[in-house]
Design a protein around this ligand. Structure first.
Ligand code: MLT
Length: 327
């Protein structure tokens, strides 16, 4: 009898959570995040969740899963495409493996400022990239939140010039462009999934990595890395995404609510990212990191052959449009 009661209660709960209430669906979306509940990604997803709930009058909600609890970034993108994961925020690092054009965001020194890259992402070029991910991978980008400009950290020496990377074992994201970039700079570069990076740095399997300032702080790289080098070598978006099949299964009214919630949350997240980047450099120094701001000219010069090699794959029109985008 007790078991029967449990079955009835469970069936009722499932029915209520997925069925029509006054003709409209009630639903909670599970969201994967690569960082923790205090991160710039979290600020974005919580703002999205708040707006979603408000606009849907409580019918649509989110359940965030922090620190890769639903899987590493490449698996999460695949999972959304297959309908196994509802939503996620990830960096674009693994996406060039699915759509060549996304390697634009792995090429070094393409974007020079936040205004530059935000303008580009919010233009028809960002729309085109989002459409390609939807068509080719089945993942819908709801808005271009950000990871930010990336900087090197390592445990060997300050980087005043590319020559200082000699002999350093450097972790890249799972991107051939990034491996080529750091090899051209003189490091001993190899790819590694995000979920393994902290332990690899802690155990000395890797000496070096690169990420935006809010990420370096969120995952406490200051505990395992001595040198913070402001290389600003690449800009990394962090799109907020939903499985394409899931998005298309929603009513048109709910699709609009999802898109509107994302449109409100994107500037909130970007503002938080900018604020954290400005505030946290000093905090990382207080926590013991040695700050170096190298002349980026020699870094830019060393990676020009990488841009040339990858131009046919990424597309010269797209690279030109990005570099010369008026902002
Ligand atoms: C990485 O380095 O793999 C990513 O930047 C992690 C992230 O998305 O925060």
């Amino acid at each position: 009898m007790k078991d029967f009661g449990f079955v009835v209660a469970t069936a009722l709960a499932v029915t209520l959570s997925t069925s029509a209430v006054w003709g409209q669906e009630t639903r909670t979306f599970d969201v994967s995040l690569p960082l923790g509940p205090e991160s710039h990604h979290a600020i974005g997803i919580l703002s999205f969740g708040q707006e979603l709930e408000r606009l849907s009058e409580g019918r649509l909600t989110i359940r965030p899963h922090y620190n890769n609890a639903l899987g590493a970034e490449r698996e999460v993108v695949e999972g959304m495409g297959f309908g196994l994961i509802d939503m996620g925020i990830t960096s674009t690092g693994p996406m060039g493996g699915f759509v060549d054009a996304f390697m634009l965001f792995d090429l070094p020194y393409i974007f020079t400022s936040h205004e530059h890259v935000h303008g580009f992402l919010d233009s028809e070029h960002g729309d085109m990239l989002a459409q390609r991910l939807e068509d080719e991978v089945g993942v819908k980008i709801l808005g271009w939140m950000e990871n930010g400009f990336r900087h090197n950290t390592n445990n060997v020496r300050a980087l005043n010039s590319p020559a200082d990377l000699a002999g350093i074992r450097h972790r890249t994201q799972e991107s051939r462009v990034q491996v080529d970039t750091w090899s051209a700079l003189g490091a001993n570069a190899s790819p590694m999934a995000w979920t393994e990076v902290f332990t690899a740095l802690q155990q000395g399997v890797m000496d070096s990595q690169e990420n935006p300032i809010p990420t370096i702080y969120d995952v406490r790289f200051y505990d395992v890395q001595k040198y913070l080098n402001l290389t600003k070598h690449v800009y990394s978006p962090a799109p907020i995404m939903m499985g394409g099949g899931l998005f298309n299964s929603l009513s048109e009214a709910d699709q609009n609510i999802v898109l509107e919630a994302a449109a409100i949350a994107v500037p909130v997240q970007r503002a938080a990212s900018l604020r954290m980047e400005a505030e946290l450099i000093e905090r990382l120094v207080e926590l013991g990191m040695t700050l170096t701001e190298p002349d980026i000219g020699p870094f830019q010069a060393a990676v020009q052959p990488v841009i040339a090699d990858w131009t046919p794959t990424v597309g010269s029109d797209l690279i030109d449009a990005a570099m010369n985008f008026e902002h």
